[in-house]
Design a binder for this molecule. Structure first.
Ligand code: COA
Length: 438
């Protein structure tokens, strides 16, 4: 690896291209993989899409764990030219997956690097990074995630340098010598607004927060409810953060002096995350900040690592829960909605942690109180995210059902007790019909 500073600068100049020149190096039939979320590289994606629209490229498989923007490549007229493979669908990609024009890959988030190392081979990897430092390293910025693994899997690696990408620290760098070509495209990153909190979010947040002990290490999942919990932790002491997604509420907790990370046994005194999405204020906070370590997701989401922290508390959301405690968090019936993400990784990590707990939260109903999210059976074809043998606590605005150690009948009873009152008789009737209650 060259370390001579003049040589590094020469390499940069040699490798610097236009996005069009980079897209020209991608051939028909290529398996491409992008860094996910807001690290998908816009100039490269536009150039690649332009070639496909011009009829120069067909049969591209574009893998992106989380395609978070309404990309042109998702449009119907690119069917057969660029096929998206989603590993966690967003509002932008879900409809395309559900229509069959894009495919999806079932995976626990923590296993994504292993998939690229052992089961899939990429021809091309591309990603947005922060500017090169004097030693020749680019930081992966807000998405460390599976970037190291996709670089090692791919024959060609293309970087899009964006000076707005925070230079985050941790185990998240790529060296100029590992890269095929670079382009520059400096534009502000998209922001993810924190969802407005409903009265139910507040109730659920408060219920969970009162059970979180001082010194706990927390993971907050995606969606409104997990984030609501953050707002209720302002009176806690010495919390730690070991999470996959770093969110705005964590900056609030750090700045309020609630997070010290001093009770952690891994990465003591540091917060740890695999990626971040949020406001510019948060991006500014993590820029060049050693207090937050960004690490590959096969580290952050490894239950053996997570569980080393005592009092690990994992908080995630779901779509529905059946009477035995099977949790669906990623599909509506057979239709892909999002993905497994790291829910099971963190449920397992919390299960194995001394004093650890996992909370899966949900409103008691969906669709204007017409559907109970506590149900006798999951919808036909529903994808189980957390299996019945790993589930711990389910939380609705009516309370907490502790399922661990309980029999099937006891689980049904505990879950019905936190269902919406208008469904309780019907659910009890069904539980009796299923011989779970007498
Ligand atoms: N039946 C039918 N529709 C349902 C439903 C059910 N049981 N439960 C929810 N829905 C609908 C809602 O009405 C809503 O529809 P709308 O968009 O038309 O309003 C939609 O599904 C989303 O529900 P909502 O509760 O608003 O979702 P959310 O944004 O809070 O996200 C998850 C919740 C479960 C989808 C999200 O946490 C997720 O994708 N989790 C994946 C696994 C995970 O936890 N990973 C760890 C963190 S990455």
């Amino acid at each position: 690896m060259p370390t001579n500073k003049r040589h590094i600068q020469e390499l940069y100049t040699q490798k610097l291209k236009q996005a069009d020149e980079i897209a020209a190096q991608i051939s028909c039939g290529s398996v491409c993989v992008s860094a996910s979320a807001f690290a998908e590289p816009p100039a490269i994606m536009d150039a690649l899409t332009g070639r496909a629209l011009a009829g120069e490229l067909t049969d591209i498989e574009h893998n992106c764990l989380l395609a978070a923007r309404p990309w042109r490549y998702l449009a119907e007229d690119l069917a057969g030219k660029i096929t998206h493979n989603s590993w966690f669908s967003s509002g932008a990609s879900r409809g395309v997956v559900q229509s069959g024009r894009a495919d999806f890959t079932p995976v626990n988030y923590g296993d994504v690097p292993v998939f690229w190392r052992n089961y899939r081979k990429a021809d091309v990897a591309y990603m947005t990074v922060s500017p090169m430092d004097e030693h020749g390293y680019f930081s992966f910025g807000i998405t460390a995630s599976e970037n190291r693994a996709i670089i090692e899997s791919a024959d060609k690696v293309f970087l899009e340098v964006n000076s707005y990408m925070p230079r985050t620290l941790g185990d998240n760098f790529v060296h100029i010598s590992e890269v095929t070509a670079i382009c520059e495209n400096h534009r502000p990153l998209p922001e993810l607004a924190a969802p407005p909190l409903s009265e139910k979010d507040r109730k659920i947040g408060a219920l969970i927060a009162e059970r979180i002990p001082n010194g706990a290490t927390i993971q907050l999942g995606i969606g409104g409810m997990p984030n609501a919990v953050g707002g209720y932790l302002k009176d806690k002491k010495d919390l730690g953060i070991h999470t996959e997604m770093f969110v705005d509420s964590m900056v609030d907790l750090i700045e309020a002096g609630v997070v010290s990370n001093c009770q952690k046994t891994t990465d003591r005194l540091f917060s740890v995350a695999a990626f971040a999405m949020g406001s510019q204020r948060m991006y500014d906070y993590i820029h060049n900040n050693p207090a937050v370590k960004f690490c590959p997701v096969d580290y952050t989401n490894d239950p053996r690592i997570i569980s080393q922290n005592p009092n690990m508390v994992s908080i995630n959301a779901c779509i529905e829960v059946d009477f035995v405690g099977q949790v669906c968090a990623e599909s509506i019936g057979h239709l892909n909605f999002s993905g497994s993400g790291g829910q099971l990784d963190f449920v397992r990590g919390a299960n194995w942690s001394k004093g650890g707990r996992s909370y899966i939260c949900t409103y008691s109903t969906a669709k204007d109180d017409t559907i109970s999210k506590i149900c006798p059976m999951l919808k036909p074809g529903a994808h189980v995210t957390t299996p019945k043998n790993e589930v711990d606590c389910i939380v609705t605005e009516y309370g907490i059902a502790e399922l661990k150690g309980k029999s099937a009948g006891q689980r049904a009873k505990a879950l019905i007790a936190i269902s919406h009152p208008k469904f309780r008789d019907e659910l009890t009737f069904e539980a009796k019909k299923m011989n779970l209650m007498v």
